[in-house]
Design a protein around this ligand. Structure first.
Ligand code: ZN
Length: 238
């Protein structure tokens, strides 16, 4: 776990409302003094994640009132023009399949890099020193912009290109999905795990009608499969 901290640090969490970013939010509230959140409308087919992230934040404030005072503004940036240059299963009508380079079709090229540049610009305006993101290079399918070396390069780019000394903290980078569930348990106990189960959203199909032990989702897409498998492995380890 990356635990870089500075005194009275303000963190901006890249918060999509999925399992990973919900866990990152709880982590950031433990690590940093003041926490704000940023989400993006980037032309994704399913707006359900934009809606569920707001519900998660509201319920988090209610369930963890001792942290609510340090949980500041939520920012939503509309960069939906990004869909015009990025065709994938998430941003266009393309069947879910493998790309020629072997990456899943759900991969949106450069998405995290665009998010980080936009978040760094907002961090500058908001006085934040740290960006917290749920990028992970273990369970995911080789997305190049989820790797730590890409984050290191982005820190350098932000420093050289924007003049900002911003740390990109990626607490889930080396964790499996099962370990991410365990981390949520350590951070907030069953209360946090239950909140992530009921109010976070990961399913690529945007399904909020079927509730399993690990949360809502279609149960068959890649995101649901990873989430369900991680939950089962974590449960078995208890
Ligand atoms: Zn699904």
């Amino acid at each position: 776990m990356n635990t870089q901290t500075t005194a009275l640090a303000t963190a901006l969490v890249l918060f999509s409302g999925g399992q990973d970013s919900c866990t990152c939010l709880a982590y950031a509230l433990e690590q940093y003094d003041h926490v704000e959140t940023i989400g993006f409308i980037y032309g994704q087919t399913h707006h359900v994640e934009i809606q569920t992230r707001t519900v998660f934040l509201q319920n988090y404030r209610q369930q963890f009132p001792e942290q609510a005072a340090r949980l500041g503004d939520d920012h939503v940036l509309d960069i939906s023009g990004f869909a015009d240059i990025s065709h994938s299963a998430l941003t266009g009508a393309v069947a879910t399949a493998r790309r020629q380079d072997g990456l899943p079709d759900t991969y949106v090229p450069g998405r995290n890099l665009i998010f980080l540049i936009a978040a760094a610009a907002l961090a500058d305006r908001r006085g934040a020193d740290v960006l917290v993101g749920g990028m992970c290079e273990t369970d995911y399918s080789g997305y190049p912009d989820c790797r730590r070396n890409a984050m290191d390069a982005m820190e350098t780019s932000i420093q050289l290109g924007m003049g900002l000394d911003i740390v990109i903290d990626t607490p889930l980078m080396q964790l499996t999905k099962a370990e991410t569930w365990g981390m949520a348990m350590e951070l907030g106990g069953h209360k946090l795990v239950d909140l992530i189960v009921s109010d976070s959203h990961t399913c690529y199909a945007g399904d909020r009608t079927q509730l399993a032990a690990w949360g809502y989702g279609c149960g068959v897409c890649e995101a649901c499969t990873l989430r369900a498998k991680g939950f089962a492995v974590w449960q078995a380890s208890l």
